[in-house]
Design a protein around this ligand. Structure first.
Ligand code: 2B7
Length: 709
C-alpha cells in the first residue's frame, strides 16, 4: 500500500536506531569525502571573506571535481533523495524554458539500464562559442559550475532548483551523459564521462525539430544506500517519487505537458503517464478534492501580476472539517508558508468578514469569523512566482520577501471580493458553512470549559484510568495507549512505573474523520487522551498575544509542545484486525488533530510478539511469520509453539520483556513524510466516500504485505 507507506512509514526500529542515525548522517553529507560542518564552513569562509586566498584553490573548488568530492554540498544526499535530485535539476532547466514561453512538452524516461532521459521541445541550448569560457554554450552549461547564472538573461527570471547551475552538477555525478541539441536546422551531440567532455560538440546531420535531449547514467561510485548491516546497496529511480513531483509540476504550470515513462523490464515494463492540466492549480484543487464533497464548482481561481510578482490561487470549500492549504514559490513547495501565505490568509479573513457583514450574515452584535472558521473545509493552492525569492527558516521552506505579503494580500482581496459579488449563490453556501464552523467552535469552547470545571472539582485534572509515571520530565516519559482493560492491567503490572504511564482505552475509539470537530470533546476516550498527553493549542488573542489552552482543530499547526507530558506516545494494540482498526483510528486522530506530535516523531507503535517458541530451557519470541519459520527450522519439531491472541494473554513479565523494556523491545516510529499524499489517503480510508475507497483498497490490496500503518 504505497500511499500509506509514504504517510506513516513506520519502519524505524529503536534497536537499530544507532545504525540508522549513522546511515542518515552519511546520506546527508555524501560519502565520497564527507566534510564536517566546521570544515565546510571554513571552506566557505575562505572563499568569500579571507583576503589573499589562492586563486588556484578556487579553480579547483569551482571545478566539477569539487562536486564529486563533496556531492552532499550540491545535492544534499547521495542516497535516494540525491539520485532523484539529478532528475529535478535537468527537468528544472526544461521547465525554465517552458516558463520563458518556448517549450510546452517535457518527456522523462527511465531507461532499461537505469539511465534517465529528459527531452524538451524548447529552443535548444545555444551551440555557439561563449567568449569567457572558449567553449560552446552547451559545453559551458554542462562543464562549468555556476554557468547557469550567466545564461538566458531576462528569460530565466524565475527558477527553482539550483538556478540553472544544476546541469554541470548532474554531469559531474554521472558516469556518462549525452546531450542532443536540435537547433538552427542541425542535430548536435556531445558526450561526457564523469563530467569530462569526450570530444567536442558534433553535428550529426540535419533536423527540422527544435529542443534539448539529455540522457545521464548516475555514477554508482557516488550514489548508493546502506542496508541494516551497513552494506552498500544500489539505488534505483522510483516511479512514485518521480510521478508525484512531475504531476505537481504539471499542475503548477498550466498547459505544460509532462510525460513520464518507465522502460525498465519488470519494474516499469513501458508504463507511461501523461500530466497535462489546462486548469493548472484549479485542476490541482479538484484533484485533491476528488474524495470530498465540494460546496461549489468549479474552484475559485485567479492569476494576477503586480511588480514582477505573479500570484495564482485556486480555492474550493468542501464539507470536510480540515483545511488543506499548500503554498508554492517558483514551483517549490513552501512547507512553512511565508509572506505569500500570510498575505493570502489575511485577504481571505478580511474579505469574507466584510462580505458577511455587508450582506447581513453577521449582525452588529456578532463577533467576526476567525481565520480558522473561514478555512474549515477549504482546499487551496497559492502559487507565486517571485524574481529573487529569499527562503528562511530552519529548512529554508518559508518565503521571506516582505513585499510579497502586500502584493498577495491586495491581489487576493480584489479577486476574492469580485468572486463573492459575482457568485452570490455559492457565496451563500460558503458563508453558511463558515457560520456552522463558528457555532461549533463556540460550543466546543463551552464543552471544554465544562470538562475543565468538572476536572477541577474532582482534583488533579487527569483521567481516572490513567496510571501515571513518577518522572515528570516529558523527554523521559512514555505513555502507553493500551487496548482494553485486561491488557491495560498486564501493562500496569509489567511497566517500569518510574517513566512509563498506562492509559487503557475501552473498545473502539471515535472515528474523528466523520465528526464535527467540537464533538471530539464529547468522546470519553479521546478526552482522556487529550488530558493525559496534554494536547492544547497556542492561540493568538485579539491583541496579538499568544496564550496556551486553545482547542484542538483539524490540521492545526499550533499545538503547544511545551504542554506535552510525554515525548513518547506508544500505541499498543493486539496484532489482529480489531487491533489494527483501533490503531488506525488513533493514528487518524493524531494525524488530523495533533499533526505536530507526529511530525516531531513522538508517536510510536509497539511491536508485541506473535509467537512464543519454547524448547527445554530456551525461549524465543517471534514478531513475524518469517522469524517463526527460521526459529522452528533451528529448534526442530520438538519445540511446542504458543500463539498470542492478544496482549491480555501475556503475563506482565512477558509483556515487559518482549514489548515494553527499552533494552529489548522494538518500537516503530510513525512519521509523516508527505502531508498532501497523506491527507489524500486518510480521506480515502477514513472519510465518507465509499467508491474511491473501494477502488483504492482494490488497487492496493496486493501490496498489503508492505503495510506499515
Ligand atoms: C541556464 C542554462 C542551463 N538554455 C538556454 C536556452 C534554451 C535551453 C537552455 C534548455 C533539459 C533536458 C532536456 C536561451 C540555460 C541553457 O540557454 S537549457 N533549453 N533545456 C534543457 O536544459 N532541458 C536558450 C536563449 C535562446 N535560445 C536558447
Amino acid at each position: 500500500m504505497r500511499g500509506s507507506r509514504k504517510i506513516l512509514s513506520a519502519g524505524r526500529s529503536i534497536r537499530c536506531a544507532k545504525k540508522m542515525v549513522n546511515q542518515e548522517h552519511k546520506d546527508r553529507e555524501g560519502s565520497v569525502a564527507a566534510l564536517t560542518e566546521e570544515e565546510n564552513l571554513s571552506q566557505e569562509g575562505q572563499e568569500t571573506n579571507q583576503p589573499g586566498y589562492d586563486a588556484s584553490a578556487i579553480d579547483v573548488l569551482e571545478g566539477l571535481e569539487a562536486v564529486r568530492v563533496r556531492p552532499g554540498m550540491y545535492i544534499g544526499t547521495t542516497g535516494p533523495k540525491g539520485l532523484h535530485h539529478l532528475v529535478w535539476e535537468i527537468v528544472d532547466n526544461a521547465v525554465d524554458e517552458a516558463l520563458a514561453g518556448h517549450c510546452n512538452k517535457i518527456l522523462i524516461t527511465i531507461n532499461e539500464d537505469e539511465s534517465c532521459t529528459v527531452e524538451d521541445n524548447g529552443r535548444g541550448i545555444p551551440t555557439g562559442i561563449v567568449e569567457k569560457t572558449g567553449k560552446s554554450a552547451v559545453e559551458t552549461v554542462f562543464t562549468v559550475l555556476h554557468a547557469g547564472g550567466k545564461f538566458g538573461g531576462g528569460g530565466y527570471k524565475v527558477s527553482g532548483g539550483l538556478h540553472g547551475v544544476g546541469a554541470s552538477v548532474v554531469n559531474a555525478l554521472s558516469e556518462r551523459l549525452e546531450v542532443l541539441v536540435s537547433r538552427d536546422g542541425k542535430l548536435h551531440k556531445q558526450i561526457y564521462l564523469r563530467g569530462i567532455a569526450d570530444g567536442g560538440l558534433q553535428i550529426l546531420g540535419d533536423t527540422e525539430s527544435r529542443g534539448t535531449k539529455v540522457t545521464f547514467w548516475p555514477d554508482d561510485l557516488i550514489f548508493h544506500d546502506v542496508n541494516e548491516d551497513n552494506e552498500r546497496i544500489k539505488i534505483y529511480f522510483e516511479w512514485e517519487t518521480l510521478a508525484h513531483r512531475l504531476r505537481e509540476m504539471a499542475f503548477l504550470n498550466k498547459g505544460l505537458c509532462i510525460i513520464l515513462t518507465d522502460n525498465r523490464p519488470g519494474k516499469g515494463a513501458g508504463k507511461s503517464e501523461t500530466y497535462h492540466y489546462e486548469g493548472g492549480i484549479a485542476s490541482y484543487v479538484e484533484w485533491m478534492n476528488d474524495t470530498r464533497d465540494a460546496l461549489h464548482k468549479p474552484p475559485i481561481y485567479f492569476d494576477q501580476k503586480a511588480n514582477d510578482v505573479t500570484v495564482e490561487c485556486a480555492l474550493q470549500w468542501t464539507t470536510v472539517y480540515q483545511e488543506s492549504i499548500y503554498s508554492y514559490v517558483n514551483n517549490i513547495n513552501t512547507h512553512d508558508g511565508g509572506t505569500h501565505l500570510t498575505g493570502f490568509r489575511n485577504a481571505l479573513t478580511r474579505i469574507v468578514n466584510d462580505y458577511a457583514r455587508k450582506n447581513g450574515h453577521l449582525k452588529e452584535a456578532d463577533s467576526n469569523f476567525t481565520g480558522e472558521d473561514i478555512r474549515e473545509g477549504l482546499t487551496a493552492i497559492i502559487s507565486v512566482k517571485v524574481p529573487n525569492p529569499q527562503f528562511e527558516g530552519q529548512t529554508k521552506e518559508r518565503l521571506g520577501n516582505r513585499e510579497v505579503q502586500g502584493i498577495t494580500q491586495s491581489l487576493a482581496s480584489e479577486s476574492l471580493s469580485d468572486w463573492l459579488e459575482l457568485n452570490p449563490k455559492p457565496a451563500k453556501e460558503i458563508v453558511n458553512k463558515i457560520i456552522q464552523a463558528k457555532k461549533a467552535r463556540e460550543e466546543a469552547a463551552k464543552a471544554k470549559n465544562l470538562v475543565r470545571r468538572k476536572n477541577e472539582l474532582s482534583g488533579g485534572g487527569m483521567p481516572g484510568k490513567l496510571a501515571d509515571c513518577s518522572e515528570k520530565d516529558p523527554e523521559r516519559c512514555e505513555l502507553y495507549l493500551v487496548e482494553g482493560d485486561s491488557a491495560g492491567g498486564s501493562a500496569k503490572q509489567g511497566r517500569d512505573r518510574r517513566f512509563q504511564a498506562i492509559l487503557p482505552l475501552r473498545g473502539k475509539i471515535l472515528n474523528v474523520e466523520r465528526v464535527q470537530p467540537s464533538r471530539i470533546y464529547d468522546n470519553t476516550e479521546v478526552q482522556a487522551m487529550i488530558q493525559a498527553i496534554g494536547l492544547v493549542t497556542l492561540q493568538e488573542d485579539e491583541d496579538g498575544n499568544t496564550k496556551s489552552g486553545g482547542l484542538l482543530r483539524p490540521n492545526a499547526e499550533n499545538l503547544d509542545l511545551a504542554k506535552l507530558r510525554y515525548h513518547k506516545v506508544i500505541i499498543m494494540t493486539d496484532a489482529d484486525v480489531d487491533g489494527s482498526h483501533i490503531r488506525t483510528l488513533l493514528l487518524t486522530f493524531f494525524f488530523r488533530y495533533a499533526k505536530p506530535l507526529v511530525e516531531k516523531g513522538y508517536v510510536y507503535i509497539a511491536q508485541p510478539p506473535l509467537y512464543k517458541v519454547e524448547k527445554g530451557k530456551r525461549i524465543e519470541y517471534c514478531y513475524n511469520e518469517h522469524k517463526l519459520e527460521a526459529v522452528l527450522a533451528e529448534m526442530g519439531d520438538k519445540a511446542m509453539i504458543q500463539r498470542f491472541k492478544g496482549l491480555g494473554e501475556m503475563m506482565p513479565e512477558q509483556l515487559w520483556e518482549t514489548t515494553m523494556n527499552p533494552e529489548t523491545r522494538t518500537l516503530k516510529q510513525v512519521s509523516v513524510t508527505d502531508a498532501s499524499d497523506a491527507d489524500h489517503v486518510f480521506d480515502l480510508l477514513m472519510g465518507e466516500a465509499v467508491a474511491p475507497r473501494r477502488q483504492f483498497i482494490e488497487e492496493n490490496a496486493h501490496k498489503v504485505g508492505n503495510l506499515d500503518v
